[in-house]
Design a protein around this ligand. Structure first.
Ligand code: BG6
Length: 489
């Protein structure tokens, strides 16, 4: 996908350059692209923020954060090249006139301007107004937007409309960083480069699918922000639905953004609605209580710093999602995600159907069905559980469940594990939208999520408590056990 040759010179403008996302992810990602020789020699990186800083102060800030967040040792010559690209521009982002200063800083000419909105979405509209006021919008420019795009369908439309006044859809890159993860990208390869999974990927072969995205961290000092969102808006509406749509979509005609996004959209649109009538049966919300992680006591959500002790915000969600189409009718996709779970652990487990008839029943009354496990993080890899004969002489056939295990760490030892933002930043520079979320997808995802959130609100029930360091509330076990299935631990 690297179109190194086609990469033209860019002015990469980061709004909110001093913020958390910029220092932890964007600047380190750009440094890594520099190290790989993937940034055009004439491109510049313009940090924009409200505080007054001179260039040397900004460079010191960048250096400190690259030192902190780039895991590999830094290369002096790469660093020198990278530092030479940096520019700092003070702008009060909500003052339209302030963008005139930015206009003077940005170079005229035919460079592509990439505007990265690494700020609160509440001011995306202000940034667009400012850019327009300062004549900084042309058809050649690109906008990169971070989530959350809204709090619900309506508010997402407001944000998207504000940006759409000045930028066309083909100029807008909406980030869902899960789409930049190697293991998520590999879903396309696994499904569409292996005939084994081309033919066995539907209701005839698959019993059900589990998608788990567990985090051991709590809300990491962002109580106020998180409490407004909750796990449904923070993780399911975007990351888990993106993973689900890649798993469930029909084969795209090619790797173009139009083809991939159209198929993902159809999958999300085919999700069976969950509303007030079935929300209790199909979903579980939880909230972590005091507990232990690796033997250390950790506070519950309501005891975190800054917490409002009456909050009913969920930190855990489990959902039985169903897709109403020919391929997936009758195949549940069980989604589960939570904070303060025992470990950071994300995986997809595809449970195939059992054999129709067991010829080994004299020795094995139960033949476990095949399972395909796609380990998203950590310990990235793909594992296929299958039955195998234990070698040796015996009167009966001794068989055993075993696995074919493709561990990325072992197989690709010499490859650096790249961060999702490196991939996504590269695709923005290359003008490839296939790893970004279209407006239609955002809206379809909100439509489905809003209906669930609305149904929860109508019940007015508090989320079920679960001890920090556990796998969620007991009712999440019942959710799947009712179907005679169980979560893979
Ligand atoms: C973010 C959420 O989008 O994704 C965070 O806002 C979450 O709450 C994070 O912790 C998880 O990302 P990753 O890459 O660590 O799985």
């Amino acid at each position: 996908m690297n179109k190194l040759d086609s990469q033209s010179a860019s002015e990469i403008v980061i709004f909110g350059a001093l913020g958390d996302l910029s220092r932890r992810k964007l600047l380190p990602a750009l440094y890594q692209l520099e190290a790989c020789g993937l940034i055009n020699e004439n491109s510049r990186i313009i940090g924009v923020a409200r505080p007054t800083h001179d260039l040397e102060e900004f460079k010191a800030f960048v250096l400190e954060n690259i030192n902190t967040f780039v895991k590999e040792s830094l290369d002096e010559s790469v660093l020198a090249r990278f530092m030479a690209r940096l520019v700092y521009q003070q702008v009060d982002l909500v003052e339209v006139e302030a963008y005139e200063g930015l206009a003077k800083t940005l170079l005229a000419g035919n460079k592509t301007r990439v505007y990265y909105f690494s700020t609160s979405p509440a001011i995306y509209g202000n940034i667009c107004d400012g850019l327009n006021h300062a004549n900084l919008v042309t058809d050649n420019d690109r906008v990169v937007m971070e989530k959350p795009i809204g709090h619900c369908l309506e508010s997402s439309k407001v944000i998207n409309n504000q940006v759409a006044r000045f930028f066309k859809e083909n100029q807008i890159y909406r980030i869902d960083h899960y789409l930049g993860k190697e293991t998520v990208l590999n879903l396309l390869v696994l499904r569409f480069a292996n005939s084994l999974f081309t033919t066995n990927w539907d209701r005839n072969s698959i019993d059900h699918v589990q998608i788990t995205v567990a985090e051991s961290v709590g809300i990491e000092g962002r109580w106020g922000f998180y409490d407004e969102a909750g796990q449904m808006r923070d993780m399911i509406q975007n990351h888990l639905l993106q993973v689900l749509s890649l798993l469930a979509m029909e084969p795209p005609a090619d790797l173009s953004a139009e083809s991939i996004r159209a198929e993902k959209l159809k999958a999300v649109k085919a999700l069976a609605p969950i509303d007030r009538n079935n929300v209790k049966e199909k979903t579980v919300r939880g909230q972590y209580a005091d507990g232990y992680l690796n033997g250390v006591g950790v506070p519950g959500y309501l005891n975190e710093e800054g917490a409002n002790t009456t909050s009913k915000t969920e930190t855990f969600v489990a959902i039985k999602a169903e897709i109403n189409n020919w391929r997936w009718s009758g195949v549940p996709f069980y989604l589960r995600t939570g904070k303060r779970m025992p470990a950071k652990h994300s995986e997809i487990v595809v449970h195939f159907k059992a054999q129709p008839h067991n010829i080994f029943k004299d020795s094995h009354s139960d033949l476990p069905a095949n399972k395909l496990t796609i380990r998203l993080q950590p310990d990235e890899g793909v594992e296929l559980q299958m039955m195998n004969k234990i070698p040796g002489i015996a009167t009966q056939m001794n068989i055993q469940e075993n696995k074919l295990d493709l561990s990325f760490n072992d197989t690709y030892k010499d490859q650096r594990v790249i961060d999702a933002y490196e991939r996504l930043m590269l695709e923005v520079l290359n003008g490839n939208q296939s790893l970004f979320v279209s407006r239609d997808e955002v809206e379809a995802a909100w439509t489905w999520a809003d209906s669930i959130i609305d149904a929860w609100k109508s019940t007015n029930e508090a989320p079920k408590p679960y001890a920090a360091g556990s796998w969620g509330p007991v009712s999440s076990i019942s959710l799947i056990a009712r179907d005679d299935r169980q979560w893979v631990e």
